[in-house]
Design a protein around this ligand. Structure first.
Ligand code: MG
Ligand code: ZN
Length: 216
């Protein structure tokens, strides 16, 4: 007997689990932010810088998604906060069931905010609701300003976009104004931040957005 499971069914199952995750987070008054971006966009460094500033007033936990290794989780662990690594063993995105298992490992009643660093990939993580409250796209100026129109889905669904590595702007032909205009064409409600996790430039704008979002 041949049974075919359609992508549609998998997404429906994922959506149910995501709603359950959101209920668990809401019951514990924890806000979850899902960071999505290509490999090398600087998601982990952004997270580290964010923890340094925001971690002083907000109780943060982290879920790290990677195909292999615990390298990113080890970087985060140095900040002395709860962190769970999910190894997807080849899968190119996190799904809601993986995140559910990670939530069981976190002291939710002691947290205000959870960052989920998704697997480095700009495509399918956008399709999988994890039960987060906000998706945030992380891109960098070295990736080129044409990415929003080429990968519109994530930007349609995101609440904010962090354009990272502004310190490298002068070495690229990246046009931030053009990029921002195109982002707002895709999604007029996007908050767009041009930052450098390396120099710290404008990071406070992003961190303030996170703080305001927790309060809301
Ligand atoms: Mg990373
Ligand atoms: Zn995938």
């Amino acid at each position: 007997m041949l049974k075919v499971i359609l992508n549609h069914d998998l997404l429906a199952e994922n959506a149910n689990q995501a709603e359950e995750n959101r209920s668990i987070l809401d019951a514990n008054e924890v806000l979850a932010i899902n960071l999505i971006g290509s490999p090398g966009a600087g998601k982990t460094l952004l997270l580290e810088r964010t923890l340094e500033v925001l971690g002083e007033k907000v109780r943060i936990g982290v879920i790290e998604g990677d195909i292999a290794t615990v390298r990113d989780a080890a970087r985060i662990e140095r900040y002395g906060i709860p962190v769970v690594q999910i190894n997807t063993e080849g899968m190119c995105h996190l799904n809601a069931r993986m995140v559910r298992r990670a939530l069981c490992e976190l002291p939710l009643h002691e947290l205000d905010l959870i960052f989920i660093e998704n697997v480095g990939n700009l495509v399918c993580p956008a399709a999988f609701d994890l039960g987060e409250h906000h998706k945030v796209a992380v891109m960098s100026v070295t990736e080129g300003s044409d990415k929003p129109l080429k990968y519109p889905r994530i930007f349609e669904k995101a609440s904010a976009v962090v354009v990272n590595k502004s310190d490298l702007l002068r070495y690229t032909d990246f046009d931030f104004n053009e990029c921002k205009t195109e982002l707002l064409q895709i999604n007029s409600t996007l908050n767009v931040f041009l930052v450098s996790s390396t120099t710290g430039a404008n990071l406070h704008l992003w961190v303030d957005w996170c703080s305001e979002t927790i309060v809301r």
